[in-house]
Design a protein around this ligand. Structure first.
Ligand code: SF4
Length: 768
C-alpha cells in the first residue's frame, strides 16, 4: 500500500499581537497559506514568552467567511454596493472627494482612523489629509482612550510618552494601578506584576477603582474611589504627603516648577470636602498615602478610569503631581506609566494621527511645526491648515449638522464604539460620502458605507507598531491577504495618487517608514536611528534612538531634564470638577463601561473565536446585590438600563464588590449580536475641553426589571464575584477546516457576506 505523501508549505515569522497595547511579540506559523499556530516569543521584552487567550486564538479569527475580498462602491443612494477593481473604486472615490472639496472646501472631509493601524498607514493618512488636502480633521479612536494621557504628559512633563518600561515592574516596591482592570485588559503585563509580588512579599500593590475587579483581588490595598472622585483622592494624598514631609525637596527644587502654588492649593483645600468627593474612608486614604510615602520606587499604572473623563487631562496632571512631589520619576522602577489600550495607539501619537498633532510630536497650531512638515513634504507654505481639526465626537456632531460631508473610516467600528450611538447613527445616515476600510463585512459600521475597501490584516502584511513602553517593533507577513485585500498604507498611497498628489509612490512599507522617521529627528520621540533595515534586523528598539548606532532608550528623564522651555517638570493645581451629568431621582445610578478579559473592542475579531465566546458569551449588567434588590431584580434576570439617551436590555450579574449606586456594562457588544446590547446607546457624548475625550466612566442611569422578560440567563444566575481565568494561557490549536471552528462548532456570529459572491447590501435599512 502506498501512503500518500502530503507536503505542506509552511512559513514562520514574528509579529506584534494586534489586540492590546502590551505589545506581545508572537511567533506565527502558517501552512498552505493559512495561519495555523501562534505562541509568545520567549525573549520578547514585552511578554517574555507570555500570551493571553486573545492572542492564542488568533488563527481562529483570521480566515473567516466574512472577510471582505474586493472593493465595493454604491454608485448612488438607494442602490446596492457593487464590486469593482481597485482602480475604479479609488477613481470613483477621488472624483467624489474632488467634487465635495470644490463645493465645500477641505474641512468638509475627515479621516477617522484607529490605534489598530500600523504607523505606516497612520503616517500616510496624516500626509494625505493634513499635508495634501489641507484639513486637520484627522483623528483616531485613540481619542476615546488615550487623549487625556497625551495632554497630561504634555502639560506636566513637556512631551507625550510614558517614561517607564515593563522592566520597571521588577524594580518597584510599590505599584499602584489606578483606574485599570489590568488583570483583564492587560493580562500578560499583570501576570508580570503578580510574579513580582509573589517573589517579593513586601511589595505593595494598590488598586484604585470603584469596582472591585480581578485586579483588586490581588491588591495589598484596595481603594474604592467614587466614580469621578479621582482628583480629590489624588489631592488628598498629596496633602498628606506634604503634611508628613514626604517630599523630595532636592528634586522639587532642582527639576520642577509651580510647587509653591501646588503646595498652597493643597494645604488650603477643604479636607472634609476632599475626603467626601473621593468617596473613600479617611483611614484608607491615609493608608494609601503611607504606602506612597515609604515607597523606594513608586510605579503607577493608569488607564481608562483616569482617561475616559471630561477632566481626564487634569486627572493625569494630578497623578503626575504625586510623582513630582516624591521625586518618583526618572529612576529605575518608578514613574507614571499610562497603559495604552491599542496595539499602536502610541504609534498613532508619534505620526500625528490626532486632530491637533503633526508627525514627530508636532502641533498643527504651531507655525514653526507646520513650516517644518510642509518643507519636508515639499508642499507650499500654508498647505497645513491653521484651523483646529475635529476630534472623534466632534466629527459625529459635524456629520449630523451637515458641516462635515465625507468621512473616511479605517480600522474602527464607530457604530459601536462612539458614545451616544443613536446620535452616531443619525450622523452616519446624514453623511454624503462614507468610505470604510476594514478586513471584515458586515460590521455595525460597514452597512453605512458608500465605498468598502478590503484590508489585509495581522499576519498578512508587514508594518511597524509602538507599544505602551515606547517599544517600536517590526511585524512580518506569513500569509497572503485574501482576494484583493491590501495593506492600509497601500490603499492610502493609491488614493493619494488617484487624487493627483505627489509623494505617494512607495516601493514597500519600509520606504514609508523611512520617510516618516526623518520627521522625528531631533524631536522627543526621535526614531531617526530606527531605519526599516535595522528594525527588520533587530526587531525592536525603544525611542529616543537618534542614530543608527544608538541602542535605544529604556527610560526617559534619567537626567531629570524635561522637554519644557525651562527644562523642569510642572506642578498643576487641579481642583475637583464633577462629571457633566449627575444622578437624580429619575436616573439614580452611575453607569461605568469597560473591558472583559476574553474580548477586544467591538468583537469584530474575538466574537468569531468559539473559545473566547465560551469564556464571555454575552453582554450583562453588573449590579450590587442591594441595588438589584431595591428594584426587585435577581441574578440572571433581564433588566432595562436606561439613560437620557437610550435603553439597554441585559441579564443581571450581581457583584458585591461594586460600590453601591454603580453599575457596570462591558462595551464590546453591538447590534450584530442583538438589540439593546451596545453600552454606548446610553453613554454620554460630553468631552473634555482640551483632550476632547468622552466621559465613558460616568453617566446617570435607571435600572428596572425588563418588561416581557425572557427566562433568567443561567450564565449569570449566581451571586459571586466574577472570576475570569486571566491566568489561563489558552494553547493555540491548528486551524480547523474552512466553515468550522477548532471545536467543530459553527462560527458564532452570523455572516451576511459570502466571500464567493459580491456583497450587495441595500443601504435603506441602517439609513432608515
Ligand atoms: Fe495580545 Fe494578550 Fe499580549 Fe494583549 S496581552 S498583546 S491581547 S497576547
Amino acid at each position: 500500500m502506498t501512503i500518500p505523501l502530503i507536503i505542506q508549505e509552511t512559513t514562520k515569522g514574528q509579529a506584534i499581537c494586534p489586540y492590546c497595547g502590551v505589545g506581545c511579540r508572537l511567533s506565527m506559523e502558517s501552512a498552505d497559506g493559512e495561519l495555523i499556530r501562534v505562541k509568545g516569543v520567549a525573549d520578547a521584552p514585552a511578554n517574555l514568552g507570555g500570551i493571553c487567550a486573545k492572542g492564542a486564538t488568533l488563527p481562529e479569527v483570521i480566515h473567516t467567511p466574512d472577510r471582505l475580498m474586493q472593493p465595493h462602491v454604491r454608485p448612488a443612494r438607494g442602490t446596492e454596493l457593487r464590486p469593482m477593481s481597485w482602480a475604479d473604486a479609488l477613481g470613483w472615490t477621488a472624483a467624489r472627494f474632488r467634487e465635495i472639496l470644490a463645493r465645500h472646501g477641505p474641512d468638509a472631509v475627515a479621516f477617522y482612523g484607529s490605534g489598530q493601524l500600523d504607523s505606516e498607514a497612520g503616517y500616510l493618512a496624516v500626509k494625505l489629509f493634513k499635508g495634501s488636502i489641507g484639513t486637520n480633521n484627522t483623528d483616531s479612536n485613540s481619542r476615546l482612550c488615550m487623549a487625556s494621557a497625551v495632554t497630561g504628559y504634555q502639560t506636566s512633563l513637556g512631551a507625550d510618552g510614558p517614561p517607564c518600561c515593563y522592566a520597571d515592574i521588577d524594580l518597584s516596591d510599590c505599584l499602584v494601578v489606578w483606574g485599570s482592570n489590568m488583570a483583564e485588559a492587560f493580562p500578560v503585563t499583570f501576570n508580570r506584576v503578580k510574579a513580582h509580588l509573589k517573589a517579593n512579599p513586601g511589595v505593595d500593590l494598590i488598586v484604585v477603582d470603584p469596582r472591585r475587579t480581578n485586579t483588586a483581588n490581588d491588591a495589598t490595598l484596595y481603594v474604592p474611589v467614587a466614580p469621578g472622585g479621582d482628583i480629590p483622592l489624588m489631592n488628598a494624598v498629596g496633602r498628606l504627603l506634604l503634611q508628613r514631609g514626604a517630599v523630595d525637596h532636592d528634586f522639587v527644587a532642582a527639576h520642577t516648577e509651580g510647587f509653591g502654588g501646588y503646595r498652597d492649593f493643597l494645604l488650603h483645600a477643604d479636607w472634609e470636602g476632599l475626603v467626601s468627593a473621593a468617596g473613600v474612608p479617611e483611614e484608607t486614604i491615609r493608608a494609601l498615602a503611607d504606602r506612597v510615602a515609604r515607597a523606594r520606587a513608586l510605579l503607577t499604572f493608569d488607564c481608562q478610569g483616569v482617561n475616559q473623563s471630561t477632566v481626564g487631562m487634569w486627572k493625569n496632571n494630578s497623578l503626575i503631581n504625586l510623582h513630582l512631589l516624591t521625586g518618583q520619576i526618572g529612576k529605575p522602577g518608578a514613574g507614571p506609566f499610562s497603559l495604552t489600550g491599542q496595539p499602536n495607539a502610541m504609534g498613532g501619537r508619534e505620526v500625528g494621527l490626532l486632530a491637533q498633532a503633526l508627525p514627530g510630536y508636532r502641533f498643527s497650531a504651531d507655525a514653526g511645526h507646520r513650516a517644518e512638515v510642509e518643507a519636508y513634504w515639499g508642499r507650499p507654505a500654508g498647505t497645513v491648515s491653521t484651523r483646529p481639526g475635529l476630534t472623534a465626537v466632534e466629527m459625529s456632531r459635524a456629520l449630523e449638522a451637515g458641516r462635515l460631508k465625507a468621512i473616511w473610516i479605517a480600522a474602527t467600528n464607530p457604530a459601536v464604539s462612539l458614545p451616544d450611538l443613536h446620535q452616531v447613527r443619525r450622523a452616519l445616515s446624514r453623511a454624503e460620502l462614507i468610505i470604510v476600510q476594514d478586513p471584515y463585512h458586515p460590521t455595525e459600521t460597514t452597512p453605512f458605507a458608500d465605498v468598502l475597501l478590503p484590508v489585509a490584516q495581522w499576519a498578512e502584511k508587514t508594518g511597524t507598531m509602538t507599544s505602551s513602553e515606547r517599544l517600536v517593533s517590526f511585524s512580518e507577513q506569513v500569509v497572503k491577504p485574501p482576494g484583493m485585500a491590501l495593506p492600509d498604507w497601500q490603499i492610502l498611497a493609491r488614493f493619494g495618487q488617484a487624487m493627483g498628489f505627489s509623494g505617494f509612490q512607495f516601493e514597500d512599507s519600509g520606504a514609508v517608514w523611512d520617510e516618516f522617521i526623518g520627521l522625528t529627528a531631533g524631536r522627543p520621540c526621535d526614531m531617526a536611528g530606527m531605519t526599516s533595515a535595522r528594525l527588520r534586523r533587530e526587531r525592536h528598539l525603544r525611542w529616543p534612538c537618534p542614530s543608527v548606532d544608538h541602542p535605544g532608550t529604556e527610560r526617559l528623564y534619567l537626567d531629570r531634564k524635561f522637554p519644557t522651555p525651562s527644562g523642569r517638570a510642572r506642578f498643576h493645581r487641579r481642583p475637583h470638577r464633577p462629571p457633566r451629568e449627575t444622578t437624580d431621582h429619575e436616573f439614580p445610578l452611575v453607569l461605568m463601561t469597560g473591558r472583559l478579559y476574553a474580548h477586544w473592542h467591538t468583537l469584530t475579531r474575538t466574537g468569531k473565536s468559539p473559545r473566547l465566546v465560551r469564556l464571555e458569551p454575552s453582554a450583562f449588567v453588573e449590579v450590587h446585590p442591594d441595588d438589584a434588590a431595591a428594584v426587585g431584580l435577581a441574578a440572571g434576570q433581564w433588566a432595562e438600563v436606561s439613560s437620557r439617551r437610550g435603553l439597554l436590555r441585559l441579564p443581571v450579574q450581581l457583584n458585591p464588590g461594586l460600590s453601591r449606586g454603580v453599575v457596570f456594562v462591558p462595551f464590546h457588544w453591538g447590534d450584530q449580536q442583538g438589540e439593546h446590547m451596545a453600552a454606548n446607546y446610553v453613554t454620554m457624548p460630553a468631552i473634555g475641553q482640551i483632550a476632547k475625550q468622552p466621559e465613558f466612566k460616568y453617566c446617570a442611569v435607571r435600572l428596572a426589571p425588563a418588561a416581557d422578560a425572557p427566562e433568567p440567563a443561567p450564565d449569570f444566575a449566581r451571586t459571586t464575584q466574577r472570576d475570569t481565568p486571566h491566568k489561563a494561557v489558552v494553547e493555540a490549536s491548528p486551524r480547523p477546516a474552512p466553515g468550522t471552528t477548532s471545536t467543530g462548532e459553527p462560527t458564532p456570529l452570523p455572516c451576511r457576506a459570502d466571500p464567493q459572491t459580491p456583497v450587495l447590501l441595500s443601504r435603506s435599512s441602517p439609513r432608515g
